[in-house]
Ligand binder design. Structure first.
Ligand code: FAD
Length: 358
């Protein structure tokens, strides 16, 4: 285990914010974990577990120990006629895993392509997109309790998954270091998720995209390609911008509130509270509460495509903050706070941050 002092985190966070960690350690094997658990640092210092830095905003130097788990590898742990169970270590790249699964015709995560993430980050954040949620395929998660060094296996239920969150992101944040996760996927891909639909979109639905590139019966490779095409049309590329994707969660409002907001914000969509799935024929008003797209609300306030110094809101997606990688963490945070304030003032909606702010 090699503890580094005053380590720059600029290249380890997607916004490219220029901050330092007082202490920094990369964990690549079991021995590193044991040494870390037995070290003085773990007892004395404030801890932050860092994945690939795609959902994290540093507003200042981190005055403690940043632990970067980078355990690699994956293996098939069980298989029957219908399903396959694959254990993947925390430092593996999420996108490479999705591509590998699609290549092998293992279904269940093809819509989650192009989400920049480590396995550990994806499991902690409960990533979701285009109608699929990682929580639906997580069988169990192995983690080390940094408070006492014990290993623990969390069942899916024990992960306490909620919208874009889990026990690892909320209550026990930075306590459990996820070492690996087991995913249960389908070997007989017959249940493709292609119902994703956005009401105010210039880019068409997922199904329309599929029609333009493939013929029925669609394969999971077709679905993955359609998602790649759709994402490419509307989301910022990390090659071009400092970005963590969506910065706020989509707010939950009462049915009455949604009806009144719809009068002010044209084509305001809503969808069920339980899952982030936009579907065409959903009767949202059967529900007491609905979720509404924060991006549409921010768009209505005129932020889409506008830059304020080194930060702005992406021109094709008003929920994605972008920077030129010269912005300070404070500059980004101040911008986010001003949007949050304006949304509250104009629409009386409390936006919650999706990104992790330190
Ligand atoms: C262009 C772009 C598009 C995006 N699109 C989507 C999208 O469609 N859907 C979506 O859900 N997200 C999306 N995101 C957000 C982001 O990709 C995810 O949140 C991702 O899972 C973050 O993973 P990470 O490894 O970078 O984690 P980090 O940002 O490093 O950390 C995120 C959280 O996970 C914790 N963590 C990381 N690794 C571990 C571990 N091993 N053990 C315990 N805790 C850990 C951290 O402490 C932190 O709380 C997008 C981001 C970008 C940049």
């Amino acid at each position: 285990m090699n503890i580094l002092l005053n380590k720059s985190l600029k290249k380890l966070n997607q916004y490219g914010v220029d901050v330092n960690a007082k202490y920094f350690v990369e964990i690549t094997n079991e021995k590193d974990i044991t040494e870390l658990i037995n070290s003085e640092y773990i007892k004395k210092e404030k801890i932050l577990i860092l994945g690939s830095g795609n959902n994290i905003l540093f507003t200042k130097d981190f005055d403690g120990l940043v632990v970067k788990p980078n355990l690699l590898g994956k293996e098939i742990v069980k298989e029957d006629e219908k399903n396959i169970w694959i254990e993947v270590y925390c430092g593996e790249d999420w996108d490479s895993f999705v591509t590998w699964c699609v290549k092998n015709n293992y279904q269940g995560i093809e819509n989650l392509i192009d989400i920049p993430s480590s396995i550990g980050g994806a499991v902690s954040q409960n990533i979701a997109a285009y109608g699929q949620n990682i929580m639906d395929v997580v069988e169990s998660v192995k983690a080390i309790d940094l408070e006492n060094g014990n290993s623990k296996t969390f069942s899916n239920k024990q992960c306490k998954y909620t919208y874009r969150s889990s026990i690892f992101k909320s209550k026990e944040k930075n306590r459990y270091l996820i070492t690996s996760a087991i995913f249960k996927l389908n070997k007989e891909p017959d249940d493709l998720e292609i119902s994703y639909f956005e009401r105010k979109s210039r880019y068409g639905s997922l199904e329309e995209e599929l029609k333009s590139i493939a013929q029925k019966p669609y394969t999971i490779h077709d679905v993955m390609q359609a998602v790649i095409n759709q994402r490419g049309k509307k989301l910022p590329s990390t090659k071009e911008y400092g970005t963590c994707g969506s910065v706020f969660e989509n707010p939950i409002v009462t049915k009455e509130k949604y009806i009144s907001l719809s009068k002010e914000i044209s084509e305001l969509q809503s969808y069920p509270v339980e899952k982030l799935i936009y579907r065409k024929n959903i009767n949202e008003l059967e529900q007491e509460y609905v979720k509404i797209p924060a991006g549409r609300v921010i768009d209505e306030l005129g932020y889409r495509g506008k830059w304020y110094g080194n930060v702005g809101m992406f021109e094709k997606h008003a929920l994605c903050l972008v920077t030129n990688r010269k912005a300070t963490g404070k500059e980004i945070y101040d911008f986010l706070k001003s949007i949050k304030k304006e949304v509250k003032k104009k629409y009386d909606i409390d936006l919650n941050y999706e990104i992790n702010i330190y």
